[in-house]
Write a protein that binds this ligand. Structure first.
Ligand SMILES: [Zn+2]
Ligand SMILES: [Zn+2]
Ligand SMILES: [Zn+2]
Length: 337
């Protein structure tokens, strides 16, 4: 069973999950190919039993074909679905049971390798499943957070190419979210304003980092982008919870997400990226300072010694140039950036 250990020096939590070692490693030749893809319709028996599936009326029973979006437990979970939350302190060492959620959201019954190959209506369905899963995990009293993320391409850590996302729910608040929330809360209390609302206000008036703008969403290359072509999608109105989105908002997010990923794919030539959804912490006692957003992080280079050792990223492409390239959406090779 996995366990969470806290590093006393950095305060960082780590999930120690020996069972993950059985997972086919990306690029090792053991990862499933198109022919034996467990996520394709017709191969339902190769995944654990589904948690949820969107099926049209009369679309077949659970774990049979006929679905449009399907949610299953991860076969090699990093966290165990049940078990005691054993907490142990030995001197400076803190340990907790590795209990939580690790689900896979299969975004299409067909073997598409990108969300951009789906119709806008199919992307809306995927987003409504994201919303449903987050809402469901938020209702659980034991979870502090659920992170929705997407790994696309070998360099981004994907072991299966069939388009999918994952969600991991934890009984701790992950450090990155905790840091973002701390700064948001501080600004909210001191100046009664939201940092992300302020960012999109500045970027809208400046324009140089703006990639796409609609009434409800903007896509910007953030002022301090860590990676070349990093792009964030942000609702223009201040909202803390992704899962509080209305149907209308989902309908307007779907084309923006599809458009932004399409631009990243065209400009990069070879799509390898991570996408993460940062929504507000589940337990926040009425504090609505957090503004949800999606971060897309293309993997054009490797974080190396300096980045790992210092936490400081060196980005060879200015966010202003990145946004200009993404606005053009041109197909030029950016391998040399
Ligand atoms: Zn497939
Ligand atoms: Zn805001
Ligand atoms: Zn964030």
């Amino acid at each position: 069973m996995p366990e969470l250990r806290r590093d006393p020096i950095s305060g960082r939590w780590v999930i120690v999950a020996p069972d993950r070692a059985r997972r086919p490693l990306p690029g090792s030749g053991t990862a499933p190919s198109r022919e034996n893809c467990p996520f394709c319709a017709g191969h339902e028996s190769e995944t654990p039993d589904e948690i949820l599936a969107l099926r049209p009326p009369g679309g077949g029973g659970p774990n049979t074909p006929g679905w449009q979006v399907r949610v299953v437990p991860n076969r090699f979970p990093a966290l165990s679905a049940s078990g005691p939350d054993k907490r142990q302190n030995v001197g400076v060492y803190r340990t907790r049971g590795g209990v939580g959620v690790h689900e896979v959201i299969i975004e299409s019954p067909d073997h598409h390798v990108s969300l951009t190959q789906l119709t806008p209506e199919a992307v809306e369905q995927v987003l409504s499943v994201f919303r449903e899963r987050l809402e469901s995990h938020r209702r659980r009293t034991d979870l502090h957070y659920a992170l929705l993320f997407k790994n696309v391409g070998l360099e981004a850590g994907a072991s299966i190419e069939h388009t999918h996302s994952q969600i991991m729910g934890t009984r701790i608040l992950p450090g990155v979210i905790g840091e973002e929330w701390k700064l948001a809360r501080r600004e909210w209390r001191a100046r009664r304003r939201c940092l992300l609302c302020e960012m999109i206000r500045l970027d809208a008036s400046d324009g140089r980092r703006m990639v796409v703008a609609t009434d409800s969403f903007v896509a910007i290359c953030p002022f301090a982008s860590r990676f070349p072509l990093e792009v964030w999608i942000v609702p223009t109105s201040h909202e803390s919870d992704f899962d509080a989105m209305s149907e209308n908002q989902i309908d307007s997010l779907a084309p923006v997400l599809r458009d932004v990923l399409g631009r990243v794919e065209r400009v990069m030539g070879r799509p390898s990226y991570n996408l993460v959804l940062h929504t507000a912490p589940f337990r926040r006692r009425g504090d609505d300072s957090f503004h949800w957003h999606i971060e897309v992080m293309p993997r054009l280079g490797q974080a190396a010694g300096f980045e790992w050792g210092s936490g400081l990223f060196v980005n060879p492409l200015t966010p202003e140039d990145a946004a200009a390239r993404l606005r053009d959406g041109d197909a030029q090779d950016t391998g040399a950036v």
